[in-house]
Design a protein around this ligand. Structure first.
Ligand SMILES: C[S@@+](CC[C@H](N)C(=O)[O-])C[C@H]1O[C@@H](n2cnc3c(N)ncnc32)[C@H](O)[C@@H]1O
Ligand code: SF4
Length: 453
């Protein structure tokens, strides 16, 4: 729905100046923070397969991520690696994933798996097309010390499918509801109504999962604060254990920027988004939820539905990415290239980046701030260095500014600090995701991808 009003000429100049100044400020903050924390001017991911054996051997435990790159529809705003579901390709993909599990099981199969997250795309597209075989193979190949977390789509959540998910060992379910007003569902091109979404969540909430999370997107074209309030209250009323509300991120390689231009959608600034999030925070806190990450709120006493924020993990599937202490690497995004590599007995690794100690510490800090609270002693356990020695002076200033509290060990971000610290993090993540995922979506085996710090 068109919402953008054309500014009169003089006002347009002022707006252009203002957005130029904001962009300059953002670039300067990004450069100052990025170079100071990583000690680098650019990060270059290269087409190299890193040495894995010794690195995997050194891990005490690991997390697993499995990417399912299939969807029944392609949403115009979605940055993730996916293509339309095709039954034959899904079968070939399942075979390839089983082989990838075998390769890693040979290398590291005796180490306990302490987190397992299945994301997409839409993992529930594989529900009758290979998911059971993949899960059984993972259980048979690794000592599992965790439950399974899985992303799902509203239209896949019949009673039978929910029962099947539970029987496969999925205990934590996330549902992409995205909006709870029909006009916004239409803007996002979601193929269901609010009533259908609420009925699906209701079935899931009563099915017996340990945790049901509901995702929504806010800062949608023309969305009002009254609609945000209604969204918050409706999310609480759904009875889910966790609610996650992301502001709409615009990725240049998706169809969204074109759609926004065509329809004259106006973007919300950072202050307006903060106000929207504050409205949601109040509603969720009043309803007894606690903040469990920048965008997620969990009911007290419920284990949180978590995504890939564990310190070390192996990524399986097309576009699966892995983080093993001093190296980050990512599989090819191309589903056919992924299958071919595994059919030839090769790991489908497309790009890798060696991480200096500074980069590892910056990466660790990124995810801990994303979780909004952490213990400094964990930093010492991981890096053998005092957190205060490395980051103390910055955190003192942040505490003085009211962005966080520090009781000597635990750091807890305030709501204001959470939002603005993540705003700075996003100066990196949106650019990096745009460059890495955008290039990888076009070329199965890029020679290199350069990320500017
Ligand atoms: C992989 S999708 C969820 C599962 C399923 N594919 C679906 O769409 O229902 C993961 C979540 O990312 C969020 N998301 C996707 N694109 C986004 C964007 N451009 N901005 C903000 N959040 C986004 C949505 O809340 C979505 O539920
Ligand atoms: S939002 Fe979900 S359903 Fe839509 S394209 Fe992305 S992964 Fe697929």
């Amino acid at each position: 729905m068109p919402t953008g009003k054309r500014a009169p000429c003089g006002r347009r100049d002022t707006l252009a100046h203002r957005s130029g100044a904001i962009m300059w400020l953002q670039r300067s903050i990004k450069r100052a923070v990025g170079r100071r924390l990583t000690g680098a001017r650019r990060l270059v991911l290269r087409r190299e397969v890193p040495a894995l054996e010794s690195r995997l051997d050194a891990l005490p435990e690991l997390g697993l991520y499995l990417h399912v790159p299939f969807c029944r529809q392609i949403c115009p705003y979605c940055p993730y690696n996916k293509e339309l579901f095709d039954a034959d390709l899904a079968q070939r993909y399942t075979q390839a994933a089983l082989r990838e599990i075998d390769i890693y099981a040979d290398l590291v199969g005796h180490k306990p798996v302490t987190s397992f997250y299945i994301g997409g795309g839409t993992p529930t597209t594989l529900l009758h097309a290979g998911l059971d075989r993949i899960l059984e193979h993972v259980y048979a190949s690794f000592p599992m010390q965790c439950d399974v977390h899985l992303e799902s789509h509203v239209n896949d959540l019949s009673h039978d499918n929910l029962g099947l998910l539970l029987s496969l060992g999925v205990k934590h379910l996330s549902i992409g509801v995205e909006a709870l007003q029909d006009r916004h569902l239409r803007t996002l091109c979601r193929p269901y109504t609010v009533d259908q979404a609420m009925a699906a969540v209701n079935r899931a909430v009563h099915a017996g999962f340990d945790c049901v999370n509901v995702d929504a997107i806010f800062a949608l074209p023309g969305q009002t604060l009254a609609e945000i309030e209604e969204l918050g209250h409706r999310m609480v009323a759904l009875g889910a254990d966790q609610v996650t509300t992301y502001p709409l991120f615009e990725f240049p390689y998706t169809r969204w920027p074109q759609l926004a231009r065509q329809n004259g959608y106006r973007r919300f600034g950072a202050l307006r988004k903060r106000r929207m999030l504050r409205t949601l925070e109040h509603i969720f806190y009043d309803a007894g939820f606690r903040r469990s990450s920048v965008w997620a709120f969990t009911r007290s006493g419920v284990p949180r539905y978590c995504s890939v924020t564990v310190p070390l993990y192996l990524g399986l599937g097309a576009s699966g990415s892995s983080y093993l202490r001093d190296v980050f690497y990512v599989n090819t995004f191309n589903v056919r290239a992924y299958c071919e590599a595994l059919e030839q007995g090769r790991l489908p690794i497309a790009l890798s980046l060696d991480l200096s100690p500074d980069m590892q510490m910056a990466g660790w800090l990124y995810w801990r701030l994303y979780e909004t609270r952490f213990r400094k002693s964990r930093f010492y356990e991981r890096f053998g260095r005092s957190f205060d020695e490395v980051f103390g002076k910055y955190f003192k200033l942040l505490a003085l500014a009211g962005f966080l509290t520090d009781d000597g060990d635990e750091i807890v971000c305030s709501d204001r600090g959470t939002y603005w610290l993540h705003w700075v993090e996003d100066l990196f993540s949106i650019d990096y995701v745009g460059a890495l995922w955008g290039t990888s979506g076009q070329q199965p085996w890029p020679q290199e991808v350069v990320l500017t710090v």
